[in-house]
Design a protein around this ligand. Structure first.
Ligand code: C2E
Ligand code: MG
Ligand code: MG
Ligand code: MG
Length: 278
């Protein structure tokens, strides 16, 4: 406004174009599931010390018929705002459990859950059904949540998490360290794993002091007797530092980018069977 009317005129068409583009994307998202435009990719998680495979994180991919690959960073928020995350999230969980049921017994599958899914009272039943339909034992399923799930300190959400954990499912805190009060959320629920946010790992190369922060987070995991996974490990230097810091698991492009289901079986042969045979 302080820029005068001319500026307002200048921005207006641009904004409405963006709103229009967003509406179109939302309409496309509404039919993406039925049109078979989604697929799952799986990224390995390995032991930090030995690089032996422990499991895979499931990540959703959308191939838009005209625009090609759309980033989850763009469409997941849209799916959350529209409630579409409920059917999409169920599709992801079912697909992930089906795939993981074909993997050797100790290999786990991790699935990201949105805060919106915790607003749905039938979340626990949905998870139980996905396990039953696939035959995957609960101890091989990991659910990743961010602190956004716990933001409202909502008793119903905490109760659901306890129910899931009582079934033998593991609960991980994703993107640890970048929220407002990650430490306080650790008190509200007994997590099985802390996933140290990728930004801390990326910084390791730029500033060696950042290793002190990663070490503190790994020490926290050790004290709580839970796993600490370093996310986004891209270089051998980063791997050496997170190892020295005491992280128990790593995930990142250095080991492998997320891959389609068929490639997950190859990764199991390379990163698990070979290691076990050795
Ligand atoms: P996230 O759960 O923290 O997933 C890790 C993200 O880091 C993934 O991005 C992965 O591809 C990326 N990544 C892994 N290793 C590296 C690395 O070495 N370097 C770099 N630069 N990136 C790496 P992606 O697949 O784009 O997913 C972004 C976010 O979207 C996820 O973050 C998660 O919050 C959300 N998301 C993805 N799939 C789902 C889903 O099925 N459900 C829900 N609710 N959210 C999902
Ligand atoms: Mg995750
Ligand atoms: Mg993460
Ligand atoms: Mg994230």
């Amino acid at each position: 406004k302080s820029e005068g009317r001319g500026m307002f005129r200048f921005f207006e068409p641009d904004m409405s174009a963006r709103i229009q583009a967003r509406r179109e994307l939302e309409l496309d998202l509404r039919q993406a599931l039925g049109a078979g435009e989604f697929h799952l990719v799986f990224q390995p998680q390995v032991r930090a010390a030995t690089e032996v495979l422990t499991g895979f994180e499931t990540l959703l991919r959308w191939t838009h018929p005209a625009r090609g690959a759309v980033s989850p960073a763009e469409f997941i928020p849209l799916a959350e705002e529209t409630g579409l995350i409920l059917p999409i999230g169920e599709w992801v969980l079912r697909g992930a459990c089906m795939e993981a049921a074909r993997w050797p017994d100790p290999i786990k599958v991790a699935v990201n859950l949105s805060p919106v899914q915790f607003k749905n009272r039938s979340l626990v039943a949905m998870v139980v059904n996905a396990l039953a339909a696939s035959g995957l034992p609960p101890h091989r399923l990991e659910l990743e949540i961010t602190e956004a799930v716990l933001l409202q300190k909502d008793d119903v959400t905490i109760a659901m998490l306890h129910e899931l954990r009582a079934l033998g499912i593991r609960i991980s805190m994703d993107d640890f360290g970048v929220g407002y009060s990650s430490l306080s959320y650790l008190r509200s629920f007994p997590f099985d794993k802390i996933k140290i946010d990728r930004s801390f790992i990326a910084d390791l190369d730029r500033n060696k002091d950042n290793a002190a922060i990663v070490r503190a987070m790994a020490d926290l995991g050790t004290s709580l007797r839970i796993e600490t996974t370093a996310e986004g490990v891209e270089t051998p230097e980063q791997l050496a530092i997170v190892r020295a810091c005491g992280c128990t698991e790593i995930q990142g492009y250095l080991i492998s980018p997320p891959k389609p289901a068929a490639d997950a079986l190859d990764l199991i042969a390379r990163l698990y069977r070979k290691a076990v045979a050795a």
